[in-house]
Structures are given as C-alpha cells and as structure tokens.
Design a protein around this ligand. Structure first.
Ligand code: GLP
Length: 239
C-alpha cells in the first residue's frame, strides 16, 4: 500500500487526478470505477478541467459506480446517478450509455444486485477504482458487519451513515434506509484502487484501516490485502 499525504484537500484532488489520468492515457478504453460523496468532488472538478484543456479523453472509457440508494432514480437529485451526471458525466466526453450505476428503482433486490454483477462481469475489471471512506470505515456502502460481503448486495444503512449523509437531504427522514452496493469482492476485482480521505472526521477510520487489524467491523481494513492500493489523503486525515 502506498500512502501519499498531501497538504490539503485541493492538493489531494490534484494528486488523485494525476494518477487517474495516467491510467486513462495509458489505456484509453479503460474501465473506471467511480465513487460518490463529497470527497471525490475535487478530483472530478480537476478531471473536467483537464478534459476541457485537452489533456484527457474519456470517449472510449466505460464506468461503473459503487452504489446507489434504493428507491431513487436518475431524476432524483439525491440519487448517485444524478450526482455522477451533474458532477462529471455531463461535462466530459464519456458515452453515457457506457456509464453504469446500480438501478435504485429496481425494487426486487435480488434482481438489482444480480443485474449489476452481470454488468460488472461483462464490462470487465475496473482498471482504476476510486473509493471514499465513511466515518465508520465503510467503503462504498459496505457497512461494519460480521463478514465481508463479496458481491453486489442490498445494505441496511447504519444510523451513523444515515446521519452523516443527512446533510445532503432536506431532512434526515428523507435519507433512504437501504442501498445497493458493490461488495468487497466486486471492489477487489479492480486492478488499482485509490482511497481518498480528507479531514479530521476521517482520521480515526483511516488510521484503523491502514494500521489496524483486518476485520469486517472496519470494512476499509480489507484494503491492506489488495495488491495495488494508493491512499491519497490530506494532513488532517492522517495525523
Ligand atoms: C457515502 C458513499 C461512500 C462514500 C461515503 C463518504 O456513504 N456511499 O462511497 O465514500 O459516503 O462520503 P464523503 O466523501 O461525503 O465523506
């Protein structure tokens, strides 16, 4: 595991974008594994800037996202599909038909998860996967558990995640209670993983993920076992 500690959020985002661009420029038809949340916003902003400056071309890329809230569709401004469209896809030259997010409007959880695993299988492994970090150590929506879920699955969100994500909703009651999320196995297929963490709120989870025991109660700790993980974080997240 390589750890790159940056001065602040902006420096972290710029460094992450460089790593990302190396992958895309080396393999123009690569598969991008993308994440939502506030942490990767700076990275996406930089990718948009660099795309507009002609430094990166997404026309042959495919993307797969980590997760989606159950019950929310692309027209819902809190869905992760909406987030990806407005914060990245609408501003770059990726073919939207080749961007995949679990289908939050599929109420049959078994079918939603199986369909997403089929897509992951079909498009092939992510050449690079971006991950944020939950305050409780979750990655995607793999919440602290007694086991590591392998495939895409339906998650009961924990109270702490509902509380942490409530800031994006009108009121906490509107935060969905369930999500479809890639499992640890789906994430581990990625050839390269960038874990982003910024701010003091992430420092406990990050320290445990990097140096603690590998346990499903701290899902990000499993990343210690992946062969190519780059942690790009800021000073506040890594004391
Ligand atoms: C959500 C997402 C995660 C993300 C996490 C952290 O729960 N499902 O993929 O990493 O939030 O979000 P933030 O970056 O806003 O702190």
């Amino acid at each position: 595991m390589e750890i790159i500690k940056c001065r602040d959020y902006d420096a972290m985002s710029i460094r992450a974008a460089q790593i990302f661009e190396e992958v895309v420029n080396a393999k123009p038809d690569c598969v991008l594994g993308l994440a939502t949340g506030s942490t990767p916003l700076g990275l996406y902003k930089k990718l948009i800037e660099d795309h507009k400056a002609g430094k990166i071309d997404f026309s042959r890329c495919t993307s797969v996202n980590l997760d989606e809230y159950v019950g929310l569709g692309e027209n819902d401004d809190q869905s992760y599909r909406y987030f990806m469209n407005t914060n990245l896809f609408d501003h770059i030259n990726i073919d939207k038909a080749k961007t995949f997010v679990p289908n939050g409007l599929e109420s049959d959880a078994y079918r939603a998860c199986r369909d997403y695993e089929d897509i992951l299988e079909k498009v092939g492994p992510q050449d690079i996967q971006v991950l944020g970090l939950g305050e409780n150590g979750h990655i995607a929506f793999n919440e602290p558990e007694t086991y590591f879920p392998k495939e895409t699955h339906c998650v009961d969100l924990t109270e702490s995640t509902i509380e942490a994500n409530a800031r994006f909703f009108e009121n906490p009651d509107k935060v969905p209670r369930h999500a479809y999320s890639m499992g640890i196995g789906s994430i581990f297929r990625a050839k390269k993983i960038i874990l982003l963490a910024s701010g003091v709120k992430k420092s406990r989870a990050l320290a445990e993920a990097l140096y603690g025991p590998i346990i499903p109660q701290l899902p990000a700790s499993i990343l210690q076992l992946h062969s190519d993980v780059v942690v790009v974080c800021d000073d506040a997240a890594l004391k």
